[in-house]
Write a protein that binds this ligand. Structure first.
Ligand code: AP5
Ligand code: ZN
Length: 214
């Protein structure tokens, strides 16, 4: 099963994608996580990506597409995969389709997690992430058991650099300009499914499972 998670920054793509990956035993491929790991490790890619991410801008397609195309060719992706945060532009979607078509394959589902902008701003301010294991929390809706400490690995949880209010506004306007057109793109392919992302995460997850089949 090959799935794309669409949705605004902070819509809950990552939270849902991790659970779907676990339930269906497929790899979770998050371009945001890949860039953040490169930043943490001080790689050349990380240094380049950081200059864009800190401003709320998209990392250029030429740094992003090959990365994902190489990843989906790996053996563990043969049984399927879930893409989270990619594609984010029409050229990225076309590059993905072209690569899959060469492999004689195509995407099965594009799931749009729909959340209005005003909810997004609230969510991002309360998001806390573990830089050690990647777990994501929210100070109100999904709190850690001990304040400021990751439930999974005991490391500190922090506000993401790009979750500052001014960067969130920029990310939202970039989303509407460059990523939202993908909703039409996948609708035309007949693989678009929309879920209401404003409800508790268990309900959003149940909707997605209904779409994908148990
Ligand atoms: P990326 O990491 O992909 O960020 P994003 O798309 O902005 O998405 P987020 O991770 O912010 O949100 P999410 O939808 O995963 O929400 P989450 O589950 O965390 O990308 C970061 C940057 O990298 C980009 O800005 C860009 O610069 C670059 N980049 C990445 N991919 C790229 C690409 N393909 N091309 C170019 N550049 C790229 O949830 C958000 C919060 O809400 C959390 O606190 C969570 O706990 C909470 N929450 C989740 N679900 C619920 C719920 N149902 N109810 C209440 N709270 C909830
Ligand atoms: Zn952790």
């Amino acid at each position: 099963m090959k799935i794309i998670m669409l949705g605004a920054p902070g819509a809950g793509k990552g939270t849902q994608a991790k659970q779907i990956a676990e339930k269906y035993s497929i790899p979770h491929i998050s371009t945001g996580d890949i860039f953040r790991a490169n930043i943490k490790n001080g790689t050349e890619l990380g240094k380049k990506a950081k200059t864009y991410m800190d401003q709320g801008l998209l990392v250029p397609d030429e740094l992003t597409c090959d990365l994902v195309v190489d990843r989906i060719k790996q053996d563990d992706c043969k049984k399927g995969f879930i893409l989270d945060g990619f594609p984010r532009t029409i050229p990225q979607a076309e590059a993905l389709d072209a690569a899959l078509s060469k492999m004689g394959e195509k995407m099965d589902y594009a799931i749009d997690v729909d959340v209005p902008d005003e909810n997004i701003v609230r969510r991002m301010g309360g998001r806390r992430v573990c830089l050690n294991c990647g777990a994501t929390y929210h100070i109100v809706s999904i709190p850690t058991k001990v304040e400021g400490i990751c439930d999974k690995c005991g490391s500190e949880v922090v506000l993401r650099d790009d979750d500052k209010p001014e960067t969130v506004q920029k990310r939202l306007s970039v989303y509407h300009e460059q990523t939202q057109p993908l909703i039409d793109y996948y609708n035309r392919q007949g693989i678009l499914k929309t879920v209401n992302g404003t409800r508790p995460l268990e309900e959003v997850f149940a909707d997605i499972v209904t779409i994908l089949g148990a």
